[in-house]
Design a binder for this molecule. Structure first.
Ligand code: SAH
Length: 221
């Protein structure tokens, strides 16, 4: 069954109030962005009816689009006001990048899997998210070309924070990243205190692994 556009608007409102506001995300700009971005267009056609459900969905190549609440929470931790340059590691479907594009000046997003990068780039362009640039590269190295950033959001889990990411942030910047084992991790928010980067533990999460130079190499746990 195909749901009509109006039904998707209703489903998005239910998603925001029932999953995201209810769990404590208060940033109105984030909530508004999540009301606006058509999440169902970022999943496969056969998944559309589940696009607003309270869980992640497969997007192919063993990758997933994150649960809506996790997108809302991670985005709100960045506390974006509209003038920032933001880096996302792990473009995947492009959904998180679309949310960021409504909240910041400029978004760079890096993806390692070529077909995901090109699909996301085409969709973001088609939907008019013109301040997003998709880069096919190893995001565990960050994206030096457009550094420094006000905020970096990593949507794959790392064994530890990749050193290049902290180097590519302004001292006032923020890094949000899931850190831990390959099964479960802790979502961490890194900021500088007295000129030293410090993590704050937010909550337990389960992300797909970050690959690349500073990611998981293969079968480590
Ligand atoms: N933010 C995405 C979900 C990402 S899933 C969304 O909104 O849909 C994690 C993504 O990280 C996957 O697409 C995976 O291919 C990518 N990834 C894993 N390691 C990476 C690396 N080293 N550099 C760039 N992308 C990477």
């Amino acid at each position: 069954m195909n749901l009509s556009a109006d039904e998707f608007v209703f489903k998005r409102e239910q998603m925001v109030s029932g999953q995201i506001v209810r769990r404590g995300v208060k940033d109105q700009r984030v909530l508004d962005a999540m009301r606006r971005v058509p999440r169902h267009l970022f999943v496969k056609p056969e998944m559309r009816d589940f696009a607003y459900a309270d869980y992640p969905l497969p997007i192919g190549y063993e990758q997933t689009i994150s649960q809506p609440y996790i997108v809302g929470l991670m985005t709100s931790l960045l506390d974006l006001k509209g003038s920032e340059r933001v880096l996302e590691i792990g473009t995947g479907s492009g959904y998180q990048a679309a949310i960021l594009s409504l909240l910041a000046q400029e978004v760079h997003t890096v993806e390692l899997i070529a077909p995901l990068a090109s699909q996301a780039e085409a969709l973001l362009k088609q939907l008019g998210y013109n301040n997003v640039k998709v880069h096919l590269s190893d995001g565990s190295l960050g994206w030096q070309e457009d550094a420094p950033y006000d905020a970096i959001l990593v949507t794959a889990s790392a064994p530890r924070v990749p050193p290049p990411l902290l180097k590519q942030l302004y001292p006032t910047g923020k890094l949000v990243i899931p850190v831990g084992g390959q099964g479960y991790q802790t979502l961490e928010l890194w900021t500088q205190e007295n000129s030293v980067w410090q993590p704050q533990e937010i909550l337990p999460v389960a992300f797909v692994p970050l690959r690349g130079v500073h990611g998981w190499k293969g079968d480590e746990i």
